[in-house]
Design a protein around this ligand. Structure first.
Ligand code: 3PG
Length: 305
């Protein structure tokens, strides 16, 4: 019997965990959950005899991978897999997958929740502004970016997108203006919504030049990763521009240095983008089914290493 570990520091909604359990039970697999654990050692211990692991933002580092002697596959129930040591996994012959698209609507909705909250002055009673007729620049037109475009059109925003990996006509067919350079995106968009992954190329790539070029009353919306922001530059932009606001689905490391800008900054205390029952069910069930397909049919469709 294959043993599956679901290791989620931030647990799935109960409905999702129940359904994941049921999918594995019907397939005749053993499934154990490790939730809200407090040390990495607990994760390592729980993974020792697992053949497959489902995680969220949990750190599948080389220790977990190398000590889990029976491990064949890790599925990140979500989009970003920057929390998995791909090199260690590949060296050990462990397949790593993600579940692209399964939680992207939830992330896009949160982006708008934060935008409205900040545009309405954090609901402090004073007059804010509306999103209607403002321009939003979508930085990376993947699964989340497409949902952001759809919702932005519902708000009657003008929508631009920049993505060097997506053909302009694919973007334009959604009624979104494709811009050719990252510089054009930032200098043309009062709102910029970030959807780039965190990797060696993108880390700290959003810096002073781009942010300071944004139009008046600029708002940067980060539901991607804090690592893509150059935080020294972020602090400098807050200092230099009294009209700059930042909303982020994760606290920046430099949060303590931004305490004087509280009225222009909102961060969720825990990453909340994918934290909906629907997204948990979609991503969790997709992960479970991918594992079963892998063991039963050697299907590696969503392999990322
Ligand atoms: C993702 O990459 O899928 C999102 O950042 C969601 O992460 P989470 O599953 O830890 O909430």
């Amino acid at each position: 019997m294959h043993k599956i570990l679901v290791a989620t520091d931030k647990p799935f909604a109960k409905a999702a965990s129940d359904q994941i359990r049921q999918v594995f039970q019907e397939a005749g697999y053993e499934c154990v959950f490790l939730e809200k654990y407090t040390t990495q050692q607990e994760f390592i211990d729980a993974a020792l005899d697992a053949e497959a692991i489902i995680i969220r933002s949990d750190k599948a580092d080389s220790d977990v991978i190398n000590k889990a002697g029976k491990l064949k596959i890790i599925v990140r129930a979500g989009a970003g897999y920057d929390n998995v040591d791909l090199k260690a996994a590949t060296e050990k012959g462990v397949v790593v997958m993600n579940t692209p698209g399964q939680n992207s609507n939830a992330v896009a909705e949160l982006a708008f929740g934060m935008m409205v909250y900040q545009a309405r002055k954090q609901f402090n009673g004073s007059s804010g502004t509306e999103l209607k007729d403002k321009t939003i620049g979508i930085h990376a037109y993947g699964n989340v970016g497409r949902h952001v475009a759809r919702i932005a059109k519902g708000f009657d925003m003008k929508v631009l997108a920049y993505d060097p990996f997506v053909a302009a006509d694919v973007i334009e067919k959604d009624g979104v203006k494709s811009v050719k350079t990252i510089e054009e995106l930032y200098r043309s968009s009062q709102y910029v919504s970030l959807h780039i992954p965190a990797n060696e190329k993108t880390k700290k790539s959003i810096g002073y030049a781009l942010l300071s070029s944004m139009p008046e009353n600029a708002m940067l919306v980060n539901t991607a990763r804090k690592e893509v922001i150059n935080e020294d530059d972020l602090q400098k932009v807050f200092q230099d521009r009294k009209d700059f606001t930042y909303v982020s689905d994760i606290e920046p490391d430099c949060l303590a240095n931004l305490s004087e800008y509280k009225s222009r900054l909102y961060c969720t205390p825990k990453k909340m983008g994918a934290q909906t029952e629907e997204a948990n069910i979609n991503a969790g069930i997709a992960a479970a089914k991918q594992i079963i397909q892998f063991f039963e049919h050697n299907d590696v469709t969503f392999k990322v290493n």
